[in-house]
Design a protein around this ligand. Structure first.
Ligand code: NDP
Length: 296
C-alpha cells in the first residue's frame, strides 16, 4: 500500500496554522492590535474543557488574543446571552465561539442566533448558513471547510466528480454538501433513511462520512481510486484490562485503505483541521472588521 494514499490532516493543519501565524503578524502591524477570538464554555464537560483549552493555546500560538469566558453549569440562559451580547459589542473580539453542547436548560439555536453573524466564526448562525446556500461570502463551519481544503489539496479541481456525503447535520453534512456543490461536484446527501447506501458509495469519486457510527462504511463499498474523508470520531468500548477504548472513524479504515485512492486516517485526518480552520475564520473576521484585505 502506497504511503501517499494517506491524507495527513495533522501535517496540513500545521502548515495552515503557520501561514495563519504570519498573516496574524501582518494584521497586528497594519491594525495596531491583535486579532481576537473569544470562546465561551458553560459547565464542566471534560471533553469540552479539553477542546476549549486547546483552542486557547493554538489561538495564542498563532499570534492572536484568546478570551475565555467560563460560566457555571447552572448559569441561566440570560447570563449566557448577556456574555454573548458583550462580546458582540467588544471591538477587541473578532470571533465568538460558544462551545457546544450547552446544558439542557439552554436553547442552543437561540444562543447561536444572538451571536453577531459577522463574528460567527463557527458559521452556525442562520445568516451564515443562508450565505453559504446562496453562494455569498460568509463564515463556513470549520470541519467541512477543513474537509474541502484536504480534498482540493489532494485532487485539485473537483469539477464533475460524484460525491456522496453521509450525514446531514447542520454542522457537518449539510455545509459539506453545499461546499462540494459550489466546487461543481454532483452531490448526493445520504442519511438514516437512504436506500442502498453501499451502492451509492460504490458510484462515488468522493466519500465524506459524517455519521457517528463506528466503521459503518465498509471497504468493499469504496469505488477503486475514490477519495475518502472520514469525519467520524468514535470511541470503542475498552478492551479487557484497558481503561480507554480505541478511537475509530465512521469508515472501516483497514478495508477502505486497500481500495481507496486516498483516505484520511482517524485520528490524524480531519480532526486537526477543525481548530486550524477556526483560527483562519477568526483571522478573516479580523481583517474584515478593520476593512483590510487578506492576501491568502
Ligand atoms: P449528528 O449525529 O448530528 O449527525 C449524524 C448524521 O448521520 C445524521 O444526519 C444521521 O441521519 C446520519 N446517520 C446516522 N446513522 C446513520 C446510518 N446508519 N446510515 C446513514 N446515515 C446515518 O453528527 P455530526 O454531524 O455532528 O457528527 C458526525 C460525526 O463526525 C461524529 O462521529 C462526530 O464525532 C464527528 N465530528 C468530528 C468533528 C471533527 O472535528 N473531526 C467535528 C464534528 C463532528 P439522520 O439525519 O437521518 O438522523
Amino acid at each position: 500500500m502506497s504511503e501517499n494514499k494517506i491524507i495527513d490532516g495533522k501535517e496540513f493543519a500545521e502548515r495552515l496554522r503557520a501561514r495563519i501565524g504570519v498573516l496574524a503578524g501582518e494584521f497586528e502591524a497594519k491594525a495596531g492590535r491583535k486579532a481576537g477570538l473569544a470562546v465561551v464554555l458553560v459547565g464542566e464537560d471534560p471533553a469540552s474543557q479539553v477542546y476549549v483549552s486547546s483552542k486557547g493555546k493554538q489561538t495564542v500560538a498563532a499570534g492572536m488574543n484568546s478570551f475565555e469566558h467560563k460560566l457555571a453549569a447552572d448559569a441561566s440562559e440570560e447570563e449566557l446571552l448577556a456574555v454573548v451580547a458583550s462580546l458582540n459589542a467588544d471591538p477587541a473580539v473578532d470571533g465568538i465561539l460558544v462551545q457546544l453542547p450547552l446544558p439542557r436548560h439552554m436553547d442552543e439555536q437561540k444562543v447561536i442566533a444572538t451571536i453577531d453573524p459577522d463574528k460567527d466564526v463557527d458559521g452556525f448562525h442562520v445568516t451564515n448558513a443562508g450565505r453559504l446556500a446562496v453562494g455569498q461570502a460568509g463564515y463556513v463551519p470549520c470541519t467541512p471547510l477543513g474537509c474541502l481544503m484536504l480534498l482540493e489539496d489532494r485532487l485539485g479541481d473537483l469539477k464533475g466528480l460524484n460525491a456522496v456525503v453521509i450525514g446531514r447535520s447542520n454542522i457537518v453534512g449539510k455545509p459539506m454538501a453545499q461546499l462540494l456543490l459550489s466546487a461543481n461536484c454532483t452531490v448526493t446527501i445520504a442519511h438514516r433513511h437512504t436506500k442502498d447506501l453501499a451502492d451509492l458509495v460504490r458510484r462515488s469519486d468522493i466519500v465524506v462520512a459524517a455519521v457517528g457510527v463506528p466503521e459503518m462504511v465498509k471497504g468493499d463499498w469504496i469505488k477503486p481510486g475514490a477519495t475518502v474523508i472520514d469525519v467520524g470520531i468514535n470511541r470503542l468500548p475498552p478492551a479487557e484490562g484497558k481503561t480507554k477504548g480505541r478511537i475509530v472513524g465512521d469508515v472501516d479504515y483497514q478495508g477502505a485503505v486497500q481500495v481507496a485512492g486516498a483516505i484520511t486516517p482517524v485520528p490524524g485526518g480531519v480532526g486537526p483541521m477543525t481548530i486550524a480552520v477556526l483560527l483562519r475564520n477568526a483571522l478573516v473576521a479580523a481583517y474584515a472588521h478593520e476593512g483590510l484585505t487578506l492576501a491568502t
